[in-house]
Design a protein around this ligand. Structure first.
Ligand SMILES: Nc1ncnc2c1ncn2[C@@H]1O[C@H](COP(=O)(O)OP(=O)(O)O)[C@@H](O)[C@H]1O
Ligand SMILES: [Mg+2]
Length: 283
């Protein structure tokens, strides 16, 4: 972006958000802008406050101070479900799925919730199973299954899937709601290299074709550096750096603090290996 171009108004923004848990300041006066059709990174060591900030943005946690705005509207007090209807979706650090539903049904259900079809819950609980899909739904679901390489697993219940596959299902499901902003909490955690590459392609596609904005919490530094146009770095709840990947790479405070490894963020992405947290599946 050149100096003469005005930045587009952010689709999602938070201003001076603070969250305290007793004596712990989990998030300390943090501001983040998410412009339209961009990928913004949020990184920092474990306990830095990334997931807590996500909970504030998605409406699961009310901040002690600060505001959250979506398309200019103050949504600080709006419940999560209402935010989801505005076009704010998220995935969780630990995938949350319905064990008895198939991969396809998860995506269909998300699509139907987003397109405000009625009888969603009776669809799920009656023995008659799902109503047949219409053409638009069939196309959209097929597109997502294909993009995430889930076609072969489409009619399997998710109960038997690997964590990596569950993550792909979760991402497909989030995209099926046609969100304007998607908050992704460690999407590559538990994925192998091939699955990670798949996810990266899908993120690019979602931004380019659907115009989605992504806010990405991620331990995979190479992924963050490669995908994000701007990165925010948290440490102990406080933002210690913000900038383009190149600026973050040369930021001394970030290099000193990041994962306690002076050099970790300064080398070329290909040389960086940062292990994700060991993931667990919630039953
Ligand atoms: N529900 C909670 N109750 C008490 N402390 C919490 C809670 N959630 C998070 N914390 C604390 O807030 C800080 C930030 O945690 P978190 O947002 O999970 O960090 P990150 O996602 O960057 O690893 C940590 O010190 C964590 O222990
Ligand atoms: Mg976290």
């Amino acid at each position: 972006m050149t100096a003469t171009t005005r930045s587009p108004a952010p689709v999602l923004e938070c201003r001076d958000v603070t969250v305290r848990f007793g004596a712990v300041v989990a998030v300390n006066s943090v501001s983040v802008d998410v412009p339209p059709s961009t990928i913004i990174g949020l990184v920092g060591p474990n306990g830095a406050g990334k997931s807590t900030l996500f909970s504030v943005l998605s409406g699961l946690h009310r901040p002690n101070a600060g505001r959250v705005r979506f398309e200019g509207r103050d949504i600080t007090g709006l419940p999560a479900a209402r935010r989801a209807r505005l076009g704010l979706a998220r995935t969780f650090q630990r995938p949350e799925v319905f064990a008895g539903l198939t991969v396809r049904e998860h995506i269909q259900l998300a699509y139907r919730v987003a397109t405000r079809r009625r009888r969603i819950w009776t669809d799920m609980v009656t023995a008659r199973g799902f109503r047949p899909a219409d053409r638009a739904e069939t196309e959209q679901v097929a597109l997502l299954l294909d993009a995430l390489n889930l076609g072969d697993l489409a009619d399997r219940p998710v109960a038997g899937l690997s964590l990596g596959m569950l993550r792909l299902v979760e991402i497909a499901r989030a995209l099926a709601t046609n969100p304007k902003v998607l908050l992704l909490d460690e999407p590559s955690s538990g994925l192998d290299d091939q699955e990670t590459e798949q996810v990266v392609q899908v993120f690019r596609m979602a931004v380019e074709r659907q115009g989605v904005s992504l806010l990405l919490v991620e331990h995979d530094v190479a992924m963050v550096m490669g995908l994000c146009s701007r990165i925010h770095v948290l440490d102990f709840g406080t933002k210690i750096g913000e900038g383009t990947p190149a600026e973050i790479r040369s930021n001394k405070a970030v290099r000193a603090a990041y994962l306690g490894d002076e050099g970790a963020i300064g080398r070329g992405p290909a040389e960086i290996t940062v292990q994700p947290q060991a993931p667990e599946v919630v039953s």
